[in-house]
Design a protein around this ligand. Structure first.
Ligand code: MG
Length: 381
């Protein structure tokens, strides 16, 4: 079997799908994308794809090595995201050829269903009441794990009022959903190493499930400082690429929850390797995924077969497009906050290519405008 063709589709609202075709007619799908950088990753997919056209798609590790190590300059968000999507498509092909879901090829299943966690950011700049209502709505739908973001922007050193404002908001959220529901907080790297321990100290009493990216991930030692200052579990990983980057996080014990993104970190096998490393440190995996249904399908394969899994992120769009509704012949179904183990071969879905064309756009979506401090200087987004 040989790889013959790479086709990419920019898909609304901000995704990039990849179809890899073989000479035997079997096709695989992947989602190689960085939000707001879609067309750059698309170009990288075609450049890297040329390196493996004519090769046997079954040799996934070997082809990954060719794309990653074979061109001297390695890593980074763009190259790793392109490789990740290609790698997903190769697994999809392999599973379809062998007639089994991908998790069967990675040691079999470790659980009977997959716990999902839902975002509760209903609208931009929501009020406390609106956030609480959104949380209660998700709990009513069966979710027992939620995530809420840190407000914007926070100065390098900010006021007691700013700290109290956020902590009171979280306290209201805890009150609204009770003690049986996990609530994670995403600091989004917006908080400085000076302020993060202060926020964490005040939030501890409300038992957050974890604090995600309490500080930016470029300096792992700064994150270690925050981690050592608090009893709240610290999570990170969406902006780390390849298992090598996660090695440092684990070795320094900077986080206890790792969030590799299967569309950025190198793909399915890279995530499996990260999970295996994490298990040695008793750390768990909560795969990052704000992306589309192919990325989510890849996550579900990993969620099934790793022992140290916490919960799967899912943005849950109003129209369920992120679950494949209108794109997959059979969309992903969330029941009472859980997804059943995928049973179909490969990544477990069939794309309706006629319908898919309706969602194709030019890939021009960019991240929202940067955030600024009161004095006009840039704040971290
Ligand atoms: Mg995040």
């Amino acid at each position: 079997m040989k790889i013959v063709r790479f086709e990419t589709y920019n898909i609304e609202p901000r995704w990039l799908f990849l179809k890899v075709t073989t000479d035997e007619g079997i096709c695989g799908w992947g989602e190689p994308v960085i939000e707001g950088r879609s067309t750059i990753v698309e170009e990288a997919v075609h450049v890297l794809g040329k390196m493996i056209v004519g090769e046997d798609p079954m040799n996934i590790e070997h082809l990954w090595q060719i794309m990653y190590r074979g061109s001297f300059y390695r890593g980074g968000a763009i190259i790793c995201s392109a490789i990740s999507g290609i790698e997903q498509a190769l697994w999809d092909i392999k599973g379809k050829v062998l007639g089994v879901p991908v998790w069967q090829l990675l040691g079999g299943k470790c659980r009977d269903r997959i716990r999902m966690y839902a975002h509760i950011t209903p609208i931009e700049n929501p009020t406390v009441d609106e956030i609480c209502e959104a949380a209660k709505d998700k709990v009513a739908k069966g979710y027992d794990a939620l995530k809420t973001p840190m407000m914007l922007p926070i100065r390098h050193i900010d006021t007691m009022a700013k700290v109290e404002q956020y902590v009171n908001k979280f306290a209201a959220l805890r009150e609204a959903v009770g003690k049986e529901v996990d609530i994670a907080i995403d600091f989004h790297g917006r908080v400085s190493p000076a302020m993060a321990p202060i926020f964490c100290r005040e939030l501890e009493q409300y038992y957050p499930m974890f604090v995600e990216e309490p500080v930016l991930p470029e300096n792992i030692d700064a994150m270690v400082r925050v981690t050592r200052s608090t009893t709240i579990p610290i999570a990170t990983g969406e902006r780390l690429f390849t298992p090598w980057a996660f090695r440092e996080v684990l070795e320094k014990q900077a986080a206890t929850v790792l969030q590799p993104d299967l569309s950025h970190c190198g793909g399915i096998l890279s995530t499996y390797k990260i999970a295996a490393m994490a298990a040695n440190y008793y750390a768990s995996i909560a795969p990052h995924n704000p992306l589309g249904p192919i990325a989510l399908s890849s996550c579900l394969q990993i969620d099934t077969c790793i022992p140290n899994f916490t919960a799967q992120e899912n943005i849950r769009l109003e129209n369920d497009l992120d679950l494949g509704k209108g794109i997959f012949k059979k969309p992903i179904e969330i029941k009472d906050g859980y997804v059943d183990i995928p049973k179909e071969p490969g990544l477990g879905f069939e794309v309706d290519e006629d319908v898919l064309k309706e969602f194709v756009y030019d890939g021009s979506w960019t991240c929202p405008v940067e955030f600024f401090e009161d004095d006009g200087s840039l704040a971290d987004w």
